[in-house]
Design a protein around this ligand. Structure first.
Ligand code: SF4
Ligand code: SF4
Length: 368
C-alpha cells in the first residue's frame, strides 16, 4: 500500500518495484518510466479535422508516445486516420490515443464567437491579427472548427463583442464516447473542489468497460488561488479515487494553461510547477504541460522523477505553415511529400531532445 507520508522518491521506488513485478513491454509505458515520454496535445477544443489528421501523422512519425485529442467522434476518427497512415506507410508503432474530458468548466474546453453583422464598420479588426489559427473572418465570424478556444481574441475586440462559450462533453456521455472510440487513455481536466465530479467522471468512464492504459489527471496552480500543498491534497484525493477503480494515473502538471507556449516565461511557469510539486505529488508519472516549448529542456534544473512532457501550442505552431500551404494547394499534408518531410523535421527538432534523453541527462533539483 502506498502511504501519503512517503516522499516523491520513496513512492517512485515503490512504483519501480511494482513495475518490475508486472513488466509491461509497451514502449509507451517504458518511456514513462525512463523519463523520455512525449505527448502531442492536439487541443481539447480543436476540431479542425484535416489538420488533426495531418498533425497526428507528422508527430506519430516523429515518435511521440501519445496523442491527446478532443472528446469528439469525428476528431478521434481523424486522428486515427493519421495514425493508420503512419502505421501503414512507415511501419511505425502507434502512439497511444488519449481523449481529453473535463469534470467541470475549464478554459481548455471553450470556443469563441461573435456576430459579424453587428461589428462597427470603422473597426480596424484587431481580432483577425491575434488568432493563431486564422479562425476569424470579418464577414463570417469565427469558424467553430478552427477555433480551439485559446482566448486571445476575447480582449482584443474594442467593442467587447467576442464571447466565450463552453464546449464540453457532459459527464453522462463519457461512457458512450469511450466505448465507441476505444482510446488507449483518457485525460480528466480537473480543478480544486471538484473531487465528487472527478469521481463521477471515473465512474462513467468505467461504464465503457474499455481497458485503459492510463487515466491522466490535468491540473495546475494558475487561476485556482491555492497553495502547492492544497494542490497536493487535491491530487492525492484523485489518486485514492483512481486506485479504487484500479486505474493507473499520469499527473499532468499544467503550468500555464492556454498560454500559447511561447517564450521563456511560459516555459519557466511549467518548470516552476514541477519544482513545487515533485516531492509532494502522489505516486505515478509526472508530466509537464502548459507553457512547454523547445526551451523547456534547457531550463530544467532537475529531471529526477519527471516522466516526460506534453507539447501543445508550440507543436501545432511549428507545423501550421505546412498545413496552411497544403490547404492552399488543396491537398492534405500527407499528399504533399516535400511539405510533410519538412514538417516532420520541424517536429523532430522539438521532440528529439526528449526522446533521445533516455535518462542520460540527469539534472538535480536545487536544494530548497
Ligand atoms: S483567437 Fe483563439 S479563441 Fe479566438 S477564434 Fe482564434 S483560436 Fe478561437
Ligand atoms: S474586433 Fe470586435 S468589432 Fe472588430 S471585427 Fe473583431 S469582433 Fe468585430
Amino acid at each position: 500500500m502506498v502511504h501519503e507520508n512517503l516522499n516523491g522518491n520513496q513512492c517512485e521506488i515503490l512504483l519501480t518495484k511494482a513495475s518490475t513485478l508486472n513488466p509491461d513491454n509497451d514502449p509507451n509505458t517504458i518511456a514513462l518510466t525512463k523519463g523520455s515520454w512525449v505527448k502531442l496535445i492536439c487541443g481539447a477544443s480543436n476540431e479542425d479535422l484535416i489538420s488533426i489528421s495531418d498533425l497526428c501523422s507528422v508527430y506519430a512519425a516523429a515518435g511521440v508516445n501519445c496523442i491527446d485529442v478532443a472528446a469528439d467522434f469525428a476528431v478521434v476518427s481523424a486522428a486515427k486516420e493519421g495514425l493508420t497512415w503512419v502505421e501503414k506507410h512507415l511501419e511505425k508503432k502507434r502512439p497511444w490515443l488519449m481523449i481529453s474530458v473535463s469534470d467541470g468548466k475549464d478554459i481548455h474546453f471553450r470556443k469563441a464567437s461573435f456576430d459579424p453583422t453587428v461589428c462597427p464598420k470603422e473597426c480596424p479588426k484587431p481580432c483577425l491579427k491575434v488568432c493563431p489559427t486564422n479562425a476569424i473572418n470579418s464577414k463570417l465570424g469565427i469558424s467553430k472548427d478552427l477555433c480551439y478556444g485559446c482566448g486571445r481574441c476575447l480582449p482584443s475586440c474594442p467593442f467587447g463583442l467576442i464571447q466565450e462559450k463552453n464546449n464540453i462533453l457532459e459527464i453522462k456521455d463519457f461512457g458512450t464516447l469511450i466505448s465507441q472510440t476505444l482510446p488507449d487513455a483518457v485525460e480528466i481536466h480537473t480543478a480544486p473542489g471538484r473531487i465528487n465530479a472527478f469521481e463521477e467522471c471515473v465512474k462513467e468512464i468505467m461504464k465503457s468497460q474499455v481497458q485503459l492504459k492510463r487515466i491522466a489527471v490535468s491540473c495546475g496552480l494558475e487561476n485556482h488561488k491555492i497553495t502547492k500543498h492544497q494542490l497536493s491534497k487535491e491530487l492525492w484525493a484523485r489518486f485514492r479515487c483512481l486506485r479504487r477503480y484500479k486505474q493507473k494515473p499520469i499527473w499532468q502538471l499544467d503550468g500555464r494553461p492556454m498560454s500559447g507556449d511561447i517564450g521563456i516565461g511560459t516555459s519557466r511557469a511549467a518548470i516552476s510547477l514541477l519544482e513545487q510539486m515533485h516531492s509532494i505529488a502522489p505516486p505515478g508519472p509526472l508530466q509537464l504541460a502548459g507553457g512547454t516549448n523547445e526551451q523547456t529542456i534547457h531550463h530544467l534544473k532537475a529531471k529526477d522523477g519527471l516522466a516526460g512532457i506534453a507539447f501543445g501550442g508550440m507543436a501545432r505552431k511549428l507545423i501550421q505553415p505546412f498545413l496552411i500551404e497544403a490547404q492552399r494547394q488543396n491537398k492534405k499534408l500527407i499528399e504533399w511529400p516535400e511539405g510533410w518531410n519538412q514538417a516532420l523535421k520541424a517536429a523532430q527538432g522539438l521532440i528529439n531532445p526528449w526522446l533521445n534523453n533516455d535518462n542520460k541527462i540527469h539534472y538535480k533539483f536545487p536544494k530548497s
